[in-house]
Design a protein around this ligand. Structure first.
Ligand code: DON
Length: 307
C-alpha cells in the first residue's frame, strides 16, 4: 500500500517552503542564530504510529509549548483549586509577553502567556520543593509526555537569562501581588530552563498525541496526567494557546494548539491525533508563519475543525 500520509505531508511542506516571510525570534540571541530554513511536520496517532516529513528529528527548544504541559503537571500535582486561585483561564487578547494581570488580584489572566506560565512553573511539583527539584520535576514530566528522556539546551537558557529583563519585571509584579511567594529571579531561572528543553518535531507530535489520548502516552502506555486535567489544558489551549491570534486560529483552524518562539507548533485533537510543525520564522504574534499555514491546510484538507 502507498504511504499516503508521508506523501501528503511532503507535498504540504513543498507548498509552504517558498514562504520566507517573518523572522526567527530576535530577543533571544541563540534563537536568532537558528537556521531559518528548517521545516518539518509530524502526525502521531493515538495508537503510537508516527508519520513525518522534513526535519522531524532536528532538536530545538520547546519554549512556550512547554506551557500547557507544565500547566497539566501543576494541576495534577497541586489540584485544580490552588492553581486556579493563582492563574485564570481568560484569553488576554494581548501579546504573550504583556503583563496581563487582573487589576484587583494581580492574578495572570491565563497560563499560556508568560505571566501565567511563570506562575505555573512555581506550582509544578509538590509544595516545598527546592527550585532545582522543581526543574527536575518539570523535565521528568515533559519527558513522560514525550515518551523519552529529554534534556536542556544550556546555551539557549543562558542566552535567554541574560536578556530576561521583561520576564523578570513580570515576575517582580507577580511577587508584589503575592501571586509568587519566592524570589522572582529564581522562578524566572526555572521557567527559562523549562523553555530550554530540547525536543524534535516527532517529540512534539507525541506530546500532543498524549494530550489527544487523554493523558496516556501512546508509546509508553504511561498515564502522565489524569483525564480531567487534559480537558482543562486543551480548553485553555483552544481559547488562549495562540495569544492575540487565538480568535483567528479558533475560527480558521479550530484545533487546540500551542506555539513556541523557536518555531514549533502543536495541535491536539481528542481521541484522534497529535500534530506538530517546525519552522523558525515567526509572525508578529510570535507564531511560526509556515506552521500556521500548514495547520490551516491540515484543518481544511482533513476536516479537523472541531466545530
Ligand atoms: O518567555 C519567553 O519569552 C520565552 N522563553 C518563551 C516565549 C514563547 O515561546 C512565546 N511563544 N510563541
Amino acid at each position: 500500500m502507498r504511504p499516503i500520509i508521508p506523501d501528503y505531508l511532503a507535498e504540504a511542506l513543498r507548498d509552504v517552503e517558498p514562504d520566507t516571510s517573518g523572522e526567527p525570534a530576535g530577543y533571544i540571541p541563540e534563537l536568532a542564530a537558528a537556521n531559518p530554513e528548517r521545516l518539518g511536520a509530524a502526525f502521531a496517532m493515538i495508537d503510537g504510529e508516527v508519520y513525518g516529513a522534513g526535519d522531524i528529528d532536528t532538536e530545538f527548544t520547546i519554549q512556550s509549548i512547554s506551557k500547557p504541559f507544565v500547566y497539566a503537571l501543576a494541576l495534577s500535582d497541586r489540584g485544580f483549586d490552588p492553581v486556579l486561585a493563582k492563574v485564570g483561564v481568560e484569553p488576554s487578547g494581548e501579546a504573550f509577553n504583556e503583563i496581563s494581570l487582573e487589576s484587583d488580584t494581580g492574578r495572570p489572566l491565563n497560563p499560556m502567556i508568560n505571566a501565567g506560565a511563570i506562575t505555573v512553573h512555581s506550582l509544578a511539583g509538590t509544595e516545598g520543593l527546592k527550585p532545582r527539584e522543581r526543574v527536575e520535576r518539570v523535565l521528568h514530566g515533559l519527558s513522560a509526555f514525550a515518551g523519552r528522556r529529554l534534556k536542556m539546551d544550556e546555551a539557549v537558557c543562558v542566552s535567554e537569562m541574560e536578556h530576561a529583563h521583561r520576564n523578570l519585571a513580570i515576575a517582580h509584579m507577580l511577587r508584589n501581588h503575592n501571586v509568587l511567594t519566592e524570589d522572582p529571579r529564581v522562578i524566572v531561572d526555572g521557567y527559562t530552563r523549562q523553555c530550554s528543553v530540547l525536543v524534535t518535531t516527532r517529540d512534539l507530535a507525541m506530546m500532543a498525541a498524549t494530550l489527544a489520548n487523554r493523558g496516556k502516552n501512546p508509546l509508553s502506555g504511561e498515564q502522565v496526567v489524569p483525564e480531567p486535567v487534559v480537558r482543562q489544558v486543551l480548553s485553555v489551549m483552544f481559547s488562549c494557546g495562540m495569544y492575540d491570534a487565538a480568535g483567528d486560529w479558533a475560527t480558521q483552524v479550530g484545533i487546540p494548539a500551542k506555539s513556541g518562539v523557536a518555531g514549533g507548533l502543536i495541535g491536539a485533537l481528542p481521541g484522534q491525533i497529535g500534530m506538530a510543525t517546525f519552522s523558525p520564522r515567526l509572525d508578529g504574534h510570535g507564531n511560526s508563519v509556515r506552521g500556521v499555514s500548514l495547520f490551516e491546510r491540515f484543518s481544511s484538507d482533513m476536516g479537523l475543525h472541531v466545530m
